[in-house]
Design a protein around this ligand. Structure first.
Ligand code: PEP
Ligand code: MN
Length: 342
């Protein structure tokens, strides 16, 4: 349930509504909107009778919330959220292009790719220092040494850094080094990791699980918001289907669905969705055309030598083409800004 206060409601009236909610054993969560305060009611086991709240001073209306996710829902928070990552904002009004290699392999590799993607127009740099690999024999990432390289990339290029925290053990190290912490598809329902992300001061990029429904994905985001971190960006990265022509199947219907249901920004990762370089450009265009707030793509200066995901990594010149085309698609749909506050 959501209790929407009058624009003119006083702090005292808001406090009285919160007290009335808590007296009944529920949790009240004030949510600041554009020009009014709303109070979300959480931890109610069933539906709540709106009558006692509707009559309180300063209350404009009481709205029952039907979705199982509350804090991520548009019912609770009608305005679209913009998530700030370093000098960049992700969400409505900006086109975000996150680019970089799958894994940080060396300082030279990371800086080479970072300089190229920065020049082409990337807004954030990605690269895994800790890699969740299907095989224990595959390259697992440079770990802490990789984080130090990422810090150097930020210093040299000014690009904010997105990198994955694969477990709770490394979360503190990753959140200290990164501007945004990625929770990968395989960890989307790692609830203790989600709770840890909820306590973090850093924004989170939450990828969709490999076979997650929309409800499971939004509930995963709810875990993070519920612990206090409101800075969550969702990222569609394809789901496992019967199809064999692609690594996964990119579910672009997730974009309008998430935008209808939730106020959180949504990006699309066509690299992991398809696993194939030639698919990345057309599906990136489609993602932006579908209304995504941006894309995350893998780029490598020598994909044949990549230690991870070379087949899906764009060459730098292909990434330049992608940036140009995405700006065109975005520009025809919106009046463009790049999210960088100047
Ligand atoms: C990644 O982005 O590095 C990654 C491993 O992606 P996903 O979790 O979507 O497979
Ligand atoms: Mn990868």
């Amino acid at each position: 349930m959501l209790i929407v206060m009058d624009q003119a409601a006083t702090q005292d009236e808001i406090a009285q509504v919160i007290a009335a909610v808590e007296k009944r054993g529920f949790t009240a969560r004030p949510i600041a909107g554009g020009n009014r305060v709303a109070i979300g009611v959480l931890y109610n086991p069933g539906s709540v009778d709106p009558a006692p709240f509707a009559g309180l001073a300063g209350v404009k209306k009481v709205i029952p919330v039907t979705s199982p996710y509350k804090l991520v829902s548009r019912e609770f928070h009608p305005e679209s959220t913009r998530v700030r990552v370093g000098s960049v904002s992700i969400g409505e009004g900006s086109l975000t292009i996150i680019a970089g290699p799958c894994a940080i392999e060396s300082e030279e590799q990371a800086l080479t790719v970072a300089r190229r993607v920065r020049q082409a127009g990337a807004t954030l740099f990605r690269g895994g220092a800790y890699k969740p690999r299907s095989s224990p024999y595959s390259f697992q990432g440079l770990e802490e040494a990789g984080l130090r390289i990422l810090e150097r990339v930020r210093r040299e290029t000014g690009l904010p850094i997105v990198t994955e925290a694969v477990d709770q053990e490394v979360y503190a190290l990753v959140e200290e080094a990164a501007d945004m912490v990625q929770i990968g598809a395989r960890n989307m329902q790692n609830f203790s990791l989600l709770k840890r992300a909820g306590r973090s001061p850093k924004p989170v990029l939450l990828k969709r699980g490999q076979s997650a429904t929309m409800e499971e994905w939004l509930m995963a985001a709810e875990y993070i918001l519920e612990r206090g971190n409101q800075q969550v960006v969702l990222c569609e990265r394809g789901v496992r289907t019967f199809a064999r022509h692609c690594r996964n199947t990119l579910d672009l219907s997730a974009v309008p669905f998430v935008q209808r249901e939730s106020h959180l920004p949504i990006l699309v990762d066509p690299s992991h969705a398809t696993g194939m370089r030639y698919q990345v450009l057309p599906l990136s265009r489609a993602a932006v055309a579908a209304g995504a707030h941006g894309v995350m793509v893998e780029v490598h200066h020598a994909p044949e030598e990549a230690l991870c995901d070379g087949a899906q990594s764009l060459r730098p010149e292909q990434f330049e083409t992608l940036c140009g085309q995405l700006r065109q698609v975005y520009g025809t749909l919106h009046s463009e800004t790049d999210g960088v506050d100047r």
